[in-house]
Ligand binder design. Structure first.
Ligand SMILES: [Cu+2]
Ligand SMILES: [Zn+2]
Length: 200
């Protein structure tokens, strides 16, 4: 008996069974496609998921500020750890600005303070502040500044996520009152905030 004959010999009942199995498999494939699309759309809408982010600060034109800032989720809040060198001694405005774009020589391509809530500028511990208002970092006589702050306002996910935005270090101090910038002056350092590689 040839293979062809065997095929033709299949009884109608097993044909129907096979057709039904194919229909079920088809439905599963369609469902899998919907789930896959939904998952990737969700990632696009919500951004990448991480609980650790990093920004490497580079100097703007004519300055020598550099450093690293890490952002680590810690029970619903975000710990900000900064280490910056090349500053003049004293306070320097330290903010998250709206755009992760340090391409302009003066840092202005980073836009204004990250302010998704449409609030007034304020100090880092004020009830009313921009999401991006992290206050000042204070440089010692050698121009070295550090920050270790647990912040309840910035997030690494959702509408207040700082991923893909920029850290800006200013030439002068943030006075926490001047609108909308804190009067901190020129932008001397800029770094884009991205997903940190924690694999080692
Ligand atoms: Cu700023
Ligand atoms: Zn602000």
């Amino acid at each position: 008996m040839s293979a062809m004959t065997r095929c033709r010999d299949i009884d109608p009942q097993s044909h129907r069974r096979r057709a039904r199995l194919l229909r079920i498999a088809g439905r599963f494939a369609a469902l899998a496609a919907v789930v896959l699309t939904w998952t990737s759309c969700n990632e696009t809408l919500l951004g990448p998921k991480t609980d650790q982010a990093v920004a490497v600060i580079h100097p703007t034109t004519g300055n020598s500020v550099s450093g690293t800032v890490t952002f680590t989720e810690e029970s619903g809040r975000v710990r900000v750890v900064a280490d910056v060198i090349g500053l003049s001694p004293g306070d320097h405005g330290f903010h998250i600005h709206e755009f992760g774009d340090c391409s302009g020589g003066d840092g202005k391509t980073a836009g204004g303070h990250f302010n998704p809530t449409g609030s007034d500028h304020g100090g880092p511990d004020a009830a009313v502040r921009h999401v991006g208002d992290l206050g000042n970092i204070t440089a010692d006589a050698r121009g070295h500044a550090t920050m270790n702050r647990l912040d309840a306002v910035i997030k690494l996910q959702g509408d207040h996520s700082i991923l893909g935005r920029a850290v800006i270090v200013h030439a002068g101090a943030d006075d926490f009152t001047t609108q909308p910038t804190g009067g901190a002056g020129a932008r001397v350092g800029c770094g884009v905030i991205g997903v940190q590689n924690v694999s080692g």
